[in-house]
Design a protein around this ligand. Structure first.
Ligand SMILES: Cc1ncc(COP(=O)(O)O)c(C=O)c1O
Length: 479
């Protein structure tokens, strides 16, 4: 038997630019279980095959160019095609492709990256982040948070402090702990989640949840006080931590009112509970700061990161461990029975270092904060004039708009119409990747996007909104 023909991959690429799309789709359907995908549906449509990328664009197997306004999954902050990152991976693979950090061992890129991150993490209110724990993803990092928070309280002789409070419609990952911390009903419904001692409060979504006449500021305070109500209902002595994304990403780019975070900080301080800022999306320039807690002036004890730390070129995540927790773990903790094979992976850390260096050299964080971020905000505000758009807002380089049936009365569409998906379909057909979360359309473009490219993206968004309105109108769903 000729085994080489059995194991050789089928020839799906004819020439550099020519792919056999149907053959790829057939094999994809036959063998590949995708994340967050209805496979019955996928089999009838065939997956979109993305074959290459450069700068802010990706190309599919049919040669179609698409502007990626989502940076992949909110991660390709430095844009596609960055040779520096490939070179860093190659060099590190040739020097030391792998070694673990267990059993009193370390490696140079992991040490350098931990040091670099400790330098980048701003000190707010005297709180420092001198320590980092590495994982390979945001989900793993949030599992680490659960273990670390519980270990912390055990070491302080308060093992009854177990409960972690999160928010409905939050996203904290897809592992058992990550999905439990998250507040997605669809995820909780599969796999008997949440796991015990994780509970949720409402999200600060002003557009839908503010009462008539209530200002965003008043709503922000009211939403933050749901945390205090929950703490009191559970008993403060049983609450270990509160976890939240500074701006909810996967939930639909929910930007809290200005009053929200200061009030949350007041409450966690009052009851002495730990604050976890999940910055898997929000860190590394996404909101115009290296870390988003600085933007909101909050003082978290633990900060989850992943995605943008390597611009998504290679998996890496972790937890910035503030001094309050680190001191207890290090001074009282003995061995922390937790870790991953790939914690501090030398190649991932080398790519992260190259990525952070590139971002510093090109001043991407400052650019988003001072130039392209405010410009995106200005252009997004114009979208609010569109008859289909109830509200449009940005924070740094994330933006969200809500599609509504009637702007004046804030009447939403019947969810069965899946208007967001209709709009998303028009985006793809017009060469734009925009995500739909219900009827919220969201963007998180690569941070290298120029003002001219912001204009290009906005023109595409407007064209897709018009096409969506025309389709809804023709079907009789608009007045
Ligand atoms: C805020 C937040 N936390 C955690 C995660 C999970 O990260 P990962 O998919 O790398 O496990 C995500 C992913 O989008 C996220 O947005």
């Amino acid at each position: 038997m000729n085994t080489s023909t059995l194991i050789a991959p089928p020839a799906l690429v004819r020439r550099a630019e020519q792919h056999d799309t149907q053959a790829i789709q057939a094999l994809d359907s036959a063998h590949y279980i995708h994340p967050f995908t209805d496979h019955g549906d996928l089999a009838t449509r065939g997956a979109r095959v993305i074959t290459r990328a450069d700068n802010i664009y990706v190309w599919d197997s049919e040669g179609k160019q698409i502007l990626d306004a989502m940076s992949g999954l909110w991660c390709v902050n430095a844009g596609y095609g960055r040779k520096e990152l490939a070179d860093a991976a190659y060099q590190q693979m040739m020097t030391l492709p792998y070694y673990n950090s267990f059993f009193q061992t370390t490696n140079v890129p992991a040490v350098q990256l931990a040091t670099k991150l400790a330098q980048l993490a701003p000190v707010v209110g005297g709180r420092r982040f001198e320590h980092v724990f590495f994982s390979s993803s945001g989900s793993e990092s949030n599992d680490t948070n659960v273990r670390m928070v519980r270990r912390y309280w055990d070491l302080l002789g308060q093992p009854q402090r177990k409960v972690i409070i999160s928010r409905h419609n939050a996203y904290h990952g897809s592992t058992m702990a990550g999905a439990s911390l998250g507040g997605m009903g669809g995820m909780h419904a599969q796999g008997d989640l949440p796991i015990p001692d994780i509970t949720h409060i409402g999200q600060p979504y002003c557009y839908e949840d503010a009462q008539p006449g209530e200002t965003p500021e008043a709503f922000g305070l009211r939403a933050a006080r749901w945390l205090e109500d929950k703490i009191l209902a559970i008993g403060a002595g049983r609450v270990a931590a509160f976890i939240a994304e500074p701006v909810q990403g996967a939930g639909g780019v929910i930007i809290p009112p200005e009053t929200y975070w200061p009030e949350i900080q007041r409450i966690v301080d009052k009851y002495g509970i730990l604050l976890i800022s999940d910055e898997v999306i929000c860190a590394f320039g996404r909101l115009g700061h290296w870390f988003a807690y600085e933007k909101f002036g909050i003082r978290p004890d633990l900060v989850t990161f992943a995605k943008g730390v390597t611009s998504g070129y290679i998996p890496l995540g972790g937890v910035m461990v503030g001094d309050r927790v680190a001191q207890v773990l290090i001074e009282k903790g003995g061995e922390f029975n937790h870790g991953y094979t790939y914690s501090g992976h030398p190649v991932a850390c080398a790519v992260a270092l190259a990525n952070l260096e590139l971002m510093e050299r090109e001043k991407l964080v400052e650019r988003v904060r001072d130039d392209t971020g405010p410009y995106l905000a200005q252009r997004f505000a114009e979208l609010a004039q569109h008859p289909l758009v109830g509200a449009a807002e940005t924070c740094g380089f994330v933006g969200g708009l809500v599609l509504v049936k009637d702007k004046a009365t804030r009447t939403l569409f019947n969810p069965d119409l899946a208007v967001g998906m209709v709009c998303r379909g028009h985006c793809f057909r017009n060469g734009l990747i925009m995500r739909a979360v219900g009827d919220r359309m969201i963007v998180a473009p690569p941070l290298v996007m120029t003002r001219a490219q912001v204009d290009e993206m906005m023109a595409l968004i407007l064209r897709c909104l018009d096409a969506t309105r025309d389709e809804l109108h023709a079907a009789g769903h608009l007045g």
